[in-house]
Design a protein around this ligand. Structure first.
Ligand code: BV8
Length: 249
């Protein structure tokens, strides 16, 4: 028992992480926001002329807004769905896909974006925590399916046939997707990178601080320092299509 007690303190979390690190079992967790898709032509939210300059969040991105005026909310997402289909992944999306393909460890992308540009760039390990423009959801039976380009309030659910379909988007006040994957990933990340997000929407805006507290090195790649800039050990400023490939390659 003496032997065990002297050994036990060493088998601490840090010691195990050091073993992992020495054997190269590195984990990189990357949070992306609207800024990574800006150079693909998709609007951001809080920049000059952004989406929230044209629409109030309360009118288009809450369950109450959808209950009040589903046609308006569908128009908002139908417009963005059409833009997202036209958009192409840019050099930043492609660089992250290269990183995942060539890295001898885990790379997880947690995106706040509802476009599918990470998937189309070739990234496979992606969590769309705020939902997807390509998704439709039934409010009654919970069935999820590929959204038509134009969603309408009269659309019926393929499973329960009721007129209760909505965009498969996480609105304010709703629980984000993927928490069971995100929480353990933040706890075991060696590197946490935040790309193209203003750091103003929770719980995503708290991820850098949490990952750092759990031992990760944190880095921010953005056009300008975000609202949670203090949470980062390193910062690279500039357009994502320029700074992300440099960071990856
Ligand atoms: C939750 C829908 C509980 C999808 C979005 C009080 C009352 C009620 C709630 C709250 C409250 N206080 C806090 C909350 C929680 C609330 C919240 O955070 N509110 C904020 C406004 C204070 N959050 C929620 O309600 C979330 N749910 O908390 O549930 C819970 C939590 C945990 C566990 C269990 C339960 C749900 C949040 C999701 C809301 N849905 N949108 C859509 O329509 O797209 S959020 C919306 O903001 C988008 O999803 C977007 O992704 C997200 C974040 O925006 P960014 O991506 O950062 O975009 P932004 O324009 O802000 O910034 C762009 C950045 O890019 C800038 O920094 C810019 O400089 C940079 N940039 C621009 N161009 C480039 C560039 N960078 C590089 N290169 C470029 N070229």
């Amino acid at each position: 028992s003496i032997y065990f007690s002297t050994l036990a303190p060493k088998l601490s979390f840090d010691f195990i992480r050091k073993i992992q690190r020495n054997y190269g079992m590195k984990k990189i967790v990357i949070l992306t926001g609207a800024g990574i898709s800006a150079e693909s032509g998709l609007g951001t939210f809080r920049d000059e002329g952004g989406l929230w300059a044209k629409h109030r969040i309360e009118d288009v991105a809450t369950p109450e807004a959808f209950a009040r005026d589903p046609a308006l909310v569908h128009r908002f997402y139908n417009t963005r769905r059409a833009q997202a289909v036209q958009a192409q992944p840019n050099a930043a999306h492609l660089a992250l896909a290269r990183l995942e393909a060539g890295f001898d460890g885990d790379v997880l992308i947690i995106t706040q974006n509802v476009d599918d540009l990470h998937d189309r760039a070739g990234s496979r390990n992606v969590v769309q925590m705020h939902g997807a423009l390509t998704g439709a959801l039934c409010q009654v039976c919970g069935f999820r399916w590929k959204a038509p380009m134009e969603m309408r309030p009269s659309d019926t659910c393929p499973a329960c046939k009721k007129q209760t379909t909505r965009p498969d988007i996480v609105w304010f006040g709703e629980v984000p997707y993927g928490m069971s994957v995100i929480d353990p990933a933040l706890a075991s990340a060696d590197i946490f990178a935040s790309i193209g997000t203003s750091g103003q929407v929770y719980p995503a805006a708290a991820y850098a601080q949490h990952a750092r507290r759990m031992g990760a090195r944190t880095v921010e790649l953005n056009l300008e320092p975000s609202a949670n800039a203090r949470d980062f050990d390193q910062r690279f400023l500039g357009p994502a299509s320029e700074i992300v490939p440099r960071w990856v390659d």
